[in-house]
Every structure is written in structure tokens, then in C-alpha cells.
Design a protein around this ligand. Structure first.
Ligand SMILES: [Zn+2]
Length: 462
């Protein structure tokens, strides 16, 4: 962005803009916005699980925060009004399980090549916050932060791995000597609100050490532990993990894998340890990925009421092109199994916000961070795959129409926030658009109206 020709181009276009005020706005000061709202989202079905709200309403946003949600707010009080009739308006989605430590350095591992940069996979799906689930540890988190976190438009938070080197491959991830709860917890404490958990994953040995050290780190930093329970070992059954090793508020991911005793073999329903975990207040997370979502496990558990606390993707370079696809596809699987839209919205927003104790996110209360997803519910015939490559059919799919991060539009599928191309004037002073969108908004050139209508094509040339 520091190229001189760009600076010249911007300077020229700014001077053109100042000559061409939008109609009726000639005297409006360029900034700050004197109105009550930057953005007004009008007449969508607003679902805010935190306040138990599910009704047609307007949402007013200013300076990156929610101002209010009410039956009717006045468009004259807003710089920009977006008509959201027929759409769901909900808090931005929080995906608790991604692998984002991209920019490969060495091995094909989650700490490198298997990760992906978040923005092209998150914003278009209404995901405004994504948590990296342990791709880095305390020894390489700073590198991850510089390479990915600081450069992303998506809010990227992290659970750091109990392994100091993070997910650099099985040799590292099984190295008991690199699992130091004290060092990990002390490091996590230096990044409050950014490091929001400790991850423990992929361990194949019989020892309890990784889990217990993760809890030591979690206690030091005051954050939860998320467990991917690795290889199934008789020496460490999930009954003991849930009964004595994890704390209430810790998180068990890959809940529908069925690989470690999550399903009772006799009934097909949730096993006794899974019922105990829920009773103790251990959170259950989907973590779909490439190997952790089977219809034969998820369907009986969900239909008997064992639903997730949070729906998450386990986003990585493989899962995005296989059965997982994206978080809205995963969410639609739960609709296909009989969950309601408000249940799914809670599992995508307020529940995960509480799991990582970031309650300024995932809700629409006045003062909350203005992260918002506007979704449409598409009706039709759809198929949803599991990791065994079988399909369940469904008739509802979710599509992200518009995404807002920190009060600014970052994704607009059908251009519902912009003027028609042949409008005679801009509906807004382009100086003020930076208050509500990341998109650059050039002024209409004075003579552009000449080019918006054409004579019909003569018959002879058809
Ligand atoms: Zn994972």
C-alpha cells in the first residue's frame, strides 16, 4: 500500500470526490458522523441468544459497537440503511476450532502447510472470530501472531498448545519433555483476550501428563483447556478424563467422532462418560474436520438431545474441500437432524463466546462489539456428507449475505449495501463511507449519468 502511484491515485480521487457531494449532503461535515448510527439493519429476523430475542427488529450500529436493537429505528438517524427483510440478523459467528498457522516453514503439519489463512474462508461464511486450536505453542506463538493474526481482517484468537513447539508433527506432539504447564500458562497470561485457551491434541501415549499440564497452564492463565483426545488408550479412558482430570468449563472437541467411547455401544446414544461430562459442566464442541463427524454417531446423539454447546469446523486445507466444507454447511447438518434455527444460532455465537469467556462477543447487547452475520435460509433439496462418505438429505441450507466486523461491512454477497449501478446519485457522501464499510467508495463522476442508458440494439444487428 506504500507505493507512490497509489498515493497519487488516492489523492486525485479524493479531490474529485470533494467536488461532487452527494445530493442533499453538501453541508455535512466529512467526519465525525453526527448521526446516531453509522449503520442501520432494517427489519431482519434478529436472533440474539444472550437476550433470548427472536423477532423482526432493527439494529443500530456506531463506532464499531451495537447502539440498540428495537422494533423500529429511524433511517434518517443512520448514514447507511440496509434492508434485511427475509434474512436472519445475528451476532457474528465464532468458530472455536481452526488451524491458521499458514505460511509454511518446514514439515507438512498443522503448524505449517496444513493450516490456511483465515479471511477467504471465514468472512464469506459469517465467521467474524475464529480460534486457532493449538497450531502454535508458547515457543512459536509470536511467529504465528506476526504471520497471521496481525494481518487478518477476521478476529483471530488462539488456544496455544501444551506442546511448546505446537503442532509440528507427531514427534513434537508426543514429546513429554516439551509439555510444560508452567511455561505455557505464564506465556498465555501475557496475552489476555488473545490467547483464550490451552489445547491438548493428537497425543498417542498412555500418560496423563499432557492433559494435567494443560490444566496447570489453564489454572495459571485463568483460561479453559480444549482436548482433542488423540489415540484411544485403555490406560486413560474418557470416564477418568471427564471425572477427575478436566475442570468444569473445559472443552471436549470432536464430540461426534465416536473414536474414544463417546457412544454407548449397546444403545447408540451418548455414553455414560459423556453424560457425566455434561453434568460436570464440561463443554462439548463439534470440531468436524476430516475424521470427527459420523452420521451414525451424531444422529442418535442429537436426536436424543445430546446437542453440541458449540458448532465448529476444524478448518484446515483438507476439511474445506471434503465433507466439512464450511461452518454454515456444518450448521445445516444440525438443522437436518432436527435442531431449530435459534438453537443453531446459539451454538454458533453466544455459546462459544461463553466457552472462551469473551462475552463482549457473540451478542447484540448495547455496547457489544458490532460483529454481525446476515444469513438467508435457502429451501430446497440438499445433501450433507459425513467423514464416512455417506449422505443425509435435508431441505434447509444457510447462506451468508453480509458480514460485519467491528461495525464495518467486510462481505456483501449480493451487494445489498450498495447503490444500483445506474442510480443517478450516490445515496451517501463518500467521505463518510469509511464509517460503515471497508470497501472504497468512489464518487460518481459528474457525467456518469450519460452512460447509464443506451438506445435499444437495432433489429438488423441481432
Ligand atoms: Zn484440529
Amino acid at each position: 500500500m506504500n507505493r507512490p502511484w497509489m498515493a497519487v491515485a488516492v489523492a486525485v480521487s479524493l479531490s474529485v470526490m470533494s467536488l461532487v457531494p452527494a445530493r442533499g449532503q453538501a453541508n455535512r461535515p466529512a467526519s465525525p458522523n453526527p448521526l446516531r448510527y453509522d449503520l442501520l439493519l432494517q427489519q431482519g429476523r434478529v436472533i440474539d441468544p444472550k437476550s433470548n430475542l427472536d423477532r423482526i427488529a432493527d439494529v443500530g450500529i456506531k463506532d464499531g459497537k451495537i447502539v440498540e436493537v428495537a422494533q423500529h429505528l429511524r433511517p434518517v438517524d443512520a448514514l447507511k440503511t440496509i434492508h434485511a427483510e427475509g434474512y436472519l440478523v445475528m451476532p457474528g459467528i465464532i468458530d472455536l476450532h481452526g488451524h491458521l498457522y499458514a505460511s509454511a516453514k518446514d514439515a507438512p503439519s498443522y503448524a505449517q502447510d496444513i493450516s490456511l489463512y483465515p479471511d477467504p474462508f471465514t468472512l464469506r461464511n459469517g465467521v467474524t472470530t475464529i480460534v486457532d486450536a493449538g497450531s502454535s505453542g508458547w515457543k512459536n506463538f509470536d511467529d504465528f501472531k506476526v504471520r497471521v493474526i496481525d494481518k487478518s481482517k477476521t478476529r483471530v484468537l488462539a488456544m496455544i498448545n501444551i506442546v511448546g513447539e505446537g503442532m509440528r508433527g507427531s514427534d513434537y506432539e508426543n514429546d513429554l519433555n516439551d509439555m510444560d504447564g508452567g511455561a505455557t500458562g505464564a506465556f498465555a497470561k501475557k496475552h489476555p483476550g488473545l490467547i483464550v485457551g490451552i489445547k491438548c491434541a493428537h497425543f498417542t501415549g498412555p500418560e496423563w501428563k499432557p492433559y494435567d499440564e494443560a490444566v496447570v497452564a489453564g489454572n495459571l492463565a485463568g483460561i479453559p483447556v480444549m482436548v482433542d483426545y488423540g489415540a484411544r488408550r485403555v490406560e486413560r479412558p474418557i470416564s477418568q478424563l471427564f471425572a477427575t482430570h478436566l475442570r468444569p468449563g473445559d472443552i471436549y472437541t470432536h464430540m461426534y467422532s465416536g473414536l474414544r467411547g463417546e457412544q454407548d455401544p449397546a444403545t447408540g446414544l451418548a455414553s455414560a462418560p459423556m453424560l457425566l461430562a455434561r453434568k460436570r459442566g464440561i463443554f462439548m464442541d463439534v470440531g468436524h474436520g476430516n475424521g470427527s463427524f459420523y452420521w451414525t454417531v451424531a444422529n442418535p446423539l442429537v436426536r436424543s438431545g445430546y446437542i453440541p454447546d458449540s458448532i465448529s469446523t476444524d478448518l484446515h486445507i483438507e476439511s474445506v474441500n471434503q465433507q466439512m466444507k464450511d461452518i454454515l454447511n456444518v450448521a445445516a447438518k444440525f438443522l437436518a437432524m432436527g435442531e431449530t434455527i435459534p438453537q443453531v444460532v446459539a451454538q454458533l455465537t453466544w455459546n462459544p463466546a461463553r466457552e472462551i469467556r469473551q462475552t463482549q462477543l457473540g451478542n447484540l447487547s448495547p455496547g457489544a462489539i458490532a460483529d454481525i452475520a446476515i444469513l438467508s435460509v435457502e429451501e430446497g433439496r440438499f445433501g450433507f456428507m459425513d467423514v464416512a462418505n455417506t449422505r443425509m438429505d435435508g431441505h434447509e441450507k444457510l447462506q451468508c449475505q453480509l458480514t460485519i466486523v467491528n461495525g464495518k461491512i467486510v462481505w456483501d454477497l449480493n451487494g445489498i449495501s450498495v447503490d444500483p449501478w445506474d442510480a443517478k446519485t450516490r445515496s451517501i457522501d463518500p467521505h463518510l463511507t469509511r464509517d460503515w464499510t471497508i470497501y472504497y467508495q468512489p464518487a460518481f463522476p459528474p457525467d456518469r449519468a450519460r452512460f447509464t442508458t443506451y438506445p435499444p440494439i437495432p433489429e438488423t444487428s441481432k
